[in-house]
Design a protein. Structure first.
Length: 608
């Protein structure tokens, strides 16, 4: 019996032992699964936020602000100078959530980088509720902290966001409902509606459909006559397509959608500020957008024109072939605010270029690139280097009016007119030869009328008056030569002591240093030699002007235009600007400080 009892007892013990072993193994298995799931949740939803938004200020190696390091499990649970902020399993008692929700004055984290979104905070709440599982037994080294918090690591992580992935062509969902629209977009929408257990709206009646389509495409309601006309014809999808095509072809379509585009790039007719100066030519840009919308210009082409449409080798022309549409696109760059008579012209330039970057990046990138002006972007994959690369491009541009006539229009008759000039020269010279017997009488009459310094015969007028006053011709000529010599010496002194640069447009190497824009010159004919002339466009005369050597816009035709911009000149309080130029009422000379767009006072600040 004893043996049997022992045996029985042993058997029972063994049986119980196996039962206990089985139960214990199952518990360990479940515990391991829970821990693994918790660790995976931490690695997917918690650690990336800690690394990107917290490690730089709260780490065990270089900076534990507030005595709080959260780069390992033990210091994270211990908390900082104010005690623990996490109570595992109890989100309501965990101060970390209140800190992340910015509910505690003076203790709002992350600091200086914006509040975490609600979904991320909810992830932290769920993690704490699950017991705050954290596999990080060892804090990273200083080098490891520097590596995971570097801009390169941040940029690579942000590049993986779905919004920066290449566009792909997903497979269209299959919709079993044969009565539903099979258009790919409708299939995607319907799939999501059904997944959310939402029934799609019923088909609109013809009256409602007509009104909705008018509002969507034109932004205006249909007239009673249009409602009557279209509701009685909307019997199938083909008829609806005819309605859409009809509305797309109406000019109001371009007017409606160009208005939205102008809102994106902050269209304005004036620069603002107390002076509120006008931005000339803005109506050309507005009409250009309307034409582009109505012509269904592809979006990539339109954006390309907005960036540098004046530089495209093959610009887009209007249907008549006379207007360079592409060259109008960059006009939006000038629609920036400007102060009135800024006391710091460089600061003003920095301010309006920053405005250009902000408006352009928001409109065409969907990003606030200007946030990276002072540091790498806090949220988006945009570095400070990216910002200043764009700033450098815009800051190097020289604003000014641009000819928008098509290249063929601008060059029409150019070479023919140029070939005519030698014939005109020969004919005029022959006429002058025939008039030689009367040249004395004619010259005296011309000299008497040359009483302004701009006249080529003014010198003779001055000498003649001196002779009439009692001087001999030799004395009058010597006096004038002495005046020339003194003026020449003054110019040399000016050029030798105060100039930072000097250009003579009779010299091709000097002309090459300036920036030209327009159709008045060509690389083959950049400047004119002394004695060149312009042809009179109207009246009985043949020659309008005879000019000294230089660069001119009217040597072929007075319908041509030219804009010359100097290289950048460094100014200080002793700098003087001296310009000698000739021109009619259509010409102007203007100094520009840091691309400020207006005539009038502006100042440069000297920085130590």
């Amino acid at each position: 019996m004893i043996v049997n009892v022992f045996f029985l007892s042993r058997t029972m013990l063994v049986a119980v032992g196996f039962a206990c072993l089985f139960v214990i193994s199952e518990t360990v298995f479940e515990t391991n699964c829970v821990a693994k799931a918790g660790f995976e949740f931490f690695e997917s939803h918690i650690r990336p936020v800690l690394v990107e938004r917290c490690y730089s200020c709260h780490n065990s190696s270089t900076d534990s602000s507030g005595g709080f390091a959260l780069d390992a499990r033990v210091p994270l649970l211990a908390g900082g100078d104010l005690g623990a902020v996490i109570v595992p399993g109890k989100p309501a008692e965990s101060r970390l959530l209140a800190i992340l929700r910015h509910e505690i004055d003076g203790l709002k984290m992350p600091k200086n980088s914006g509040k975490l979104d609600a979904e991320t905070v909810n992830n932290f709440s769920q993690w704490i509720l699950d017991g705050a599982p954290d596999p990080r037994e060892k804090a990273p080294s200083a080098n490891e902290i520097a590596s995971v918090t570097s801009w390169e690591a941040t940029l690579n992580a942000r590049k993986k966001w779905w919004s920066f992935q290449p566009i792909r062509n997903p497979e269209t969902p299959t919709i079993s409902d044969g009565s539903a629209s099979q258009h790919p977009i409708d299939c995607f929408v319907l799939e999501q509606l059904l997944a959310a257990k939402i029934q799609p709206a019923t088909e609109a009646d013809p009256h409602s459909l007509v009104r909705r389509t008018f509002f969507a495409l034109l932004g205006i309601p249909p007239s009673p006559e249009e409602i009557h006309q279209w509701t009685k014809t909307l019997k199938d999808s083909k008829q609806f397509e005819l309605l859409v095509d009809h509305l797309l072809a109406r000019p109001e379509f371009g007017e409606r959608w160009a208005r939205h585009w102008m809102d994106w790039i902050r269209y304005a007719d004036t620069h603002g500020s107390e002076g509120d100066p006008e931005i000339q030519g803005t109506s050309h840009y507005r009409d250009y957008l309307i034409r582009a919308m109505n012509a269904d210009v592809p979006i990539d082409q339109l954006i390309r024109e907005h960036i540098a449409g004046d530089l495209l080798k093959n610009p887009r022309l209007d249907p008549t072939g006379t207007i360079n549409e592409s060259a109008i696109g960059p006009a939006h760059w000038r629609m920036v605010f400007h102060g009135y008579a800024p006391t710091d012209a460089l600061d003003e330039k920095v301010r309006f270029i920053d405005d250009q970057i902000a408006a352009f990046s928001k409109a065409f990138l969907g990003l606030t690139v200007s946030c990276a002006r002072c540091h790498d972007h806090k949220f988006d994959p945009v570095s400070q280097r990216d910002y200043y690369a764009m700033f450098g491009i815009l800051g190097s541009c020289r604003p000014g009016r641009t000819l928008i006539d098509a290249p063929d229009v601008l060059g029409r008759h150019r070479e023919e007119l140029r070939r005519k000039k030698p014939e005109i020269r020969t004919a005029v010279a022959g006429q002058w030869s025939r008039l030689m017997p009367d040249v004395g009488t004619r010259m005296n009459a011309l000299v008497a009328a040359a009483d302004t310094p701009t006249s080529l015969l003014h010198l003779f007028n001055v000498i003649g008056k001196d002779v009439d006053g009692g001087m001999s011709f030799e004395q009058a000529l010597d006096r004038q030569q002495n005046a020339w010599r003194k003026d020449h010496e003054n110019r040399l002194a000016f050029a030798g002591t105060t100039r930072s640069a000097n250009w003579n447009f009779s010299q091709q190497e000097d002309v090459a240093e300036w920036f030209e824009n327009g159709n008045a010159t060509t690389p083959a004919h950049p400047s004119s030699v002394a004695g060149d002339f312009s042809v009179a466009a109207e009246g009985d005369g043949t020659i309008a002007t005879i000019v000294p050597a230089g660069i001119y816009s009217n040597m072929v035709s007075n319908k041509h235009a030219l804009r010359l911009t100097s290289p950048t000149i460094d100014l200080d309080e002793n700098t003087k600007l001296w310009v000698q130029s000739i021109g009619d009422g259509g010409a102007a000379v203007r100094y520009v400080v840091q691309n400020f767009p207006r005539n009038g006072p502006n100042y440069s600040v000297t920085r130590d």
